[in-house]
Ligand binder design. Structure first.
Ligand code: ZN
Length: 78
């Protein structure tokens, strides 16, 4: 389990994946809406996080180029 946070809205959400693993686009959307559900809000990152140690980065993955989100540890990369 990895917890993602948004310091502006004081929200948090978890995904069932560790750093380096990927989650579905549906999970990415669930996290984004849980952290910041406001369409025109610019509080943080595209994944809804703000000042979060962990982030979700969207990308194409696998044989069919499926859209998935990778769990990233911001203290270790980028
Ligand atoms: Zn927001």
């Amino acid at each position: 389990m990895t917890e993602l946070t948004n310091s502006f809205h004081h929200t948090r959400a978890t995904v069932r994946a560790a750093v380096g693993q990927t989650v579905s686009f549906a999970s990415y959307t669930r996290v984004r809406l849980a952290l910041c559900g406001m369409k025109d809000c610019h509080c943080g990152n595209p994944d809804g996080t703000r000042d979060s140690r962990y982030s979700l980065v969207l990308g194409r993955n696998g044989a069919y180029g499926q859209l998935r989100a990778r769990v990233v540890d911001n203290q270790k990369e980028g």
